[in-house]
Ligand binder design. Sequence first.
Ligand SMILES: *[C@@H]1O[C@H](CO)[C@@H](O)[C@H](O)[C@H]1NC(C)=O
Length: 408
Amino acid sequence: MFPTKALLSLLLVALATVDATPLKRDTGKATLSFAAKVNARAASNIAAADRARAQQMRQAASKGKRAGATSFSITNGAMDYTAQVGVGSPATEYTLLIDTGSSNTWVGADQAYNPTSTSEDTGNTVSVSYGSGSFSGEEYTDTVTLTSGLTITQQSIGVATTSEGFEGVDGILGVGPTDLTEGTVSNTDEVPTVTDNLYSQGTIGADVLGIYFVPASESNSNGELTFGGTDTSVTTGDITYTPLTTTEPASYYWGINQSIAYGGTTILDETAGIVDTGMTLSTSGLMLFTDAFSQYESATGGTMDETTGLLTITSEQYDNLQTLTFNVGGTSYDLTPNAQIWPRSLNTALGGNADSIYLIVSDIGTASGSGLDFINGYTFLERYYSVFDTGNSQVGFATTSYTDATTN
Ligand SMILES: *[C@@H]1O[C@H](CO)[C@@H](O)[C@H](O)[C@H]1NC(C)=O
């Protein structure tokens, strides 16, 4: 299913390295930088992988189960966003995928867990499946160091005894809503996330996570996770908040209500969907339900490319591309034409042609009304700073210097 590890390491193209001194500390918050790299595991039809994740997220709810206990695709995408996280004392460094669409933090996929004096086996088992990947093992508590000065004691973490689909990374830093951990660990109701524990242990002043993505095509594509607040040095406007949606299954995730227009014409009436950095791991990172996608497809004139699963357009059609507008709680967020295309410098990482232009909007695979009708993935999040506010049950967005940048 996946290439061997040796082949993979040859294929991985590192676009950035982790900043050696990532901590910036204000009162009650701290910032950790993370790296983006192209993941060549994704070299065929990533739109299909995105679709699989969306479908699994919906199915989780229709079966009456929380999604954390079931499956969706996480590792099959074109981009990996990873952070270096220390576990134990002295700490061993692990490379963990950052995911707002799941909430268990775990290690041991690639590099084995190295227990130290702070490691405690809880005796409970853990199991999470992500569609194309999964892990199961033993639940421990241990000291987790996100970056110097940002340390959690007795964080509940999974230690994989078996895992599949995580070649080249050691596990996941799960920063989704806490309820996604329900049913994942034996004898346990919910597992507090790293953000929850930073807050309950008094390290940060609010149960809030701010995320800053830098477009993957930038030479320094490091992003930032700010625990406990937001980093106003990278936002260029106010953060506008919207309440989490009450519509299931979007409400299990970072779900919001939103409508979408293309060139001023509404293609999606207000409906529920999610904001998902797990989609950062997939290519398109922006999915619309089938009816809206069909309208987008005909309005742009795009044709389906079988290799990548993405729409491709001519340069003339690119010149005519209109703004895609997301309306969230009365505020409009525009995606410029340039923000709607996959970075051309990275076309070949998808198995695409260097000279083609691919659109990053893809089909979620079902008709509207599913309760999860869109996914605002990394292509949206690299244009707008995002804030995941557990304490106040809301999500916020703000413009950055990349909102209107021509980087693709
Ligand atoms: C979101 O949309 C649903 C369905 O229209 C509605 O019931 C709900 O009140 C809206 N707002 C929130 C915050 O869920």
